[in-house]
Design a protein around this ligand. Structure first.
Ligand code: ADP
Ligand code: ASP
Ligand code: MG
Length: 437
């Protein structure tokens, strides 16, 4: 069994979908996970925002614009009239669903159902295309097996049970098409696995089915050693360990959803990153073992808030850090970096929804300083086995960048540095010289 996920650009138009159909040929049993066509989820987010603000005319305009894009896709995708007709009906029904909200009331609870339309459309159109060209396949509705629990974590047991049931009901079928990103929550409502969540869907499905491999097909030839959106001359990495890949994904390498590697690591299922645009290229293979020495890759995560708690008296006392951490725990806010000194402790968070409450509570222990718009630069590699001190080299090339915090030694494969977002580009570019030195 293989699980193959194709992202938004890979199904971004009729030509791209046709290419995907060629890539998934073969005898092995497969589950193909699709994202929405590129740009669709962003448009749906905007549509939901307009509806929520009661700007129904703007919402209707955006819905009509998106509909035209889908009508064009149908024209280019299907050859015969029967498929054209079926495709048109599909588009009509999904867009009527969206347009109905412009005539009726809209609450925040319906936002997730709006966002789900992208994946529902791409999979239905793709499956229809496979039917037209004579490739036998079956649609596997993600809303019938993908579920999150009350803590918004995947319900592994439910996912496994239901996937196995659905697959055993179609024993003859070799090829299944399903939606990434969308799921149900504990109340049975439509929900999702957060932006970019189709990668997560693919690994959860891979684990539930004990797949031989999970393949993530996207618009770039694997995990690059630096952020290709910021730095020129980045290179694909042929092999990464689960830990290295998870670290890079968590710290900003957009090619992978931050949570997508952990399930694969736990079940020891290899993950392969491949480019739909250049399928002949090797891509990146992610497995349990680590290979190579020294620096491997650099990533950056934006939108970080740094909080410093100064309390000379309290810090010397044991139990102080526990009390600080309990405040973050109370507000379900996870801490990414931490640095301590005799008189202060600094932590970073990326979710600042409860910042005000957290600050209020922290103030009972000392003075609190907050810096927003910070960026974590994450340097990943087999740093312990490296010959020379990587930390020295990192600090050496970053001479013009003020570093707010450093975390080193927490694991063998990561150095994290906190800088003001305005220094991110310089930091990534200066660090890139380490690959060419
Ligand atoms: P998809 O729609 O297929 O899920 P994404 O846009 O989510 O694709 O992810 C692919 C993009 O991730 C690339 O086009 C690239 O710009 C960006 N990216 C950021 N960091 C990295 C990195 N370290 N390696 C590869 N791609 C990266
Ligand atoms: N379509 C969703 C998004 O744009 C999920 C994904 O592409 O992975 O976030
Ligand atoms: Mg993505």
């Amino acid at each position: 069994m293989q699980v193959l996920k194709f992202g938004g650009t890979s199904v971004g138009g009729a030509e791209r979908m046709k290419k995907v159909a060629q890539l998934i040929k073969g005898e092995e049993r497969k589950v193909v996970v699709l994202s929405a066509m590129s740009g669709t989820t962003n448009s749906l987010v905007q549509i939901a925002a307009y509806l929520f603000q009661k700007q129904n005319e703007l919402a209707a305009e955006l819905i009509q614009g998106l509909k035209i894009k889908y009508q064009k896709t149908i024209d280019d995708l299907f050859e015969n009239e029967a498929s054209q007709q079926k495709g048109a009906e599909l588009v009509e029904s999904h867009f009527n669903f969206l347009l109905a909200f412009t005539q009726d009331s809209f609450t925040i609870h319906e936002e997730k159902a709006v966002l789900a339309q992208g994946e529902l459309l791409s999979t239905a159109l793709f499956q229809l295309y496979l039917e037209e060209i004579g490739i036998e396949s079956k649609l596997l509705p993600a809303l019938n097996f993908m579920r999150i629990d009350k803590d918004l974590e995947p319900d592994h047991f439910y996912i496994k049970e239901n996937l196995h049931r659905l697959l055993s009901e179609a024993e003859e079928t070799k090829l299944f098409i399903t939606q990434g990103f969308i799921c149900r929550n504990v109340y049975g409502e439509i929900d999702n696995l957060k932006r970019g969540g189709s990668d997560y869907s693919a690994s959860l499905i891979g684990v539930a089915l004990a797949a031989d491999e999970v393949q993530i097909w996207t618009d770039i030839d694997g995990m690059h050693n630096n952020d290709p959106r910021v730095v020129d001359q980045t290179m694909p990495i042929s092999h990464l360990s689960f830990d290295e890949a998870a670290e890079l994904a968590y710290f900003g390498a957009k090619i992978l959803h931050p949570s997508s590697i952990m399930p694969a690591k736990q079940a020891n299922i290899p993950v392969r990153l491949k480019s739909t645009l250049s399928p002949e290229l090797e891509g990146t293979l992610i497995t349990a073992t680590s290979s190579g020495k020294g620096l491997k890759a650099i990533a950056a995560k934006d939108g970080i808030t740094a909080i410093k708690i100064k309390s000379g008296r309290m810090l010397l006392a044991y139990g102080f850090l526990r009390k600080v951490f309990e405040i973050f725990e109370l507000y379900k806010t996870s801490i990414d970096m931490i640095a301590t000194s005799e008189v202060a402790v600094s932590v970073t968070i990326d979710d600042d929804r409860h910042l005000k409450e957290i600050m209020e509570e922290l103030k009972t222990y000392g003075s609190v300083e907050v810096d927003q718009a910070q960026t974590i630069i994450c340097v990943v590699g087999d740093l312990i086995r490296s010959d020379k001190g990587i930390a020295n080299q990192v600090l050496d090339v970053l001479q013009t960048v003020p570093i707010r915090m450093i975390s080193y030694g927490g694991s063998n494969h990561n150095i994290s540095l906190l800088v003001d977002a305005s220094h991110k580009q310089t930091a990534l570019r200066q660090l890139n010289t380490l690959f060419h030195g």
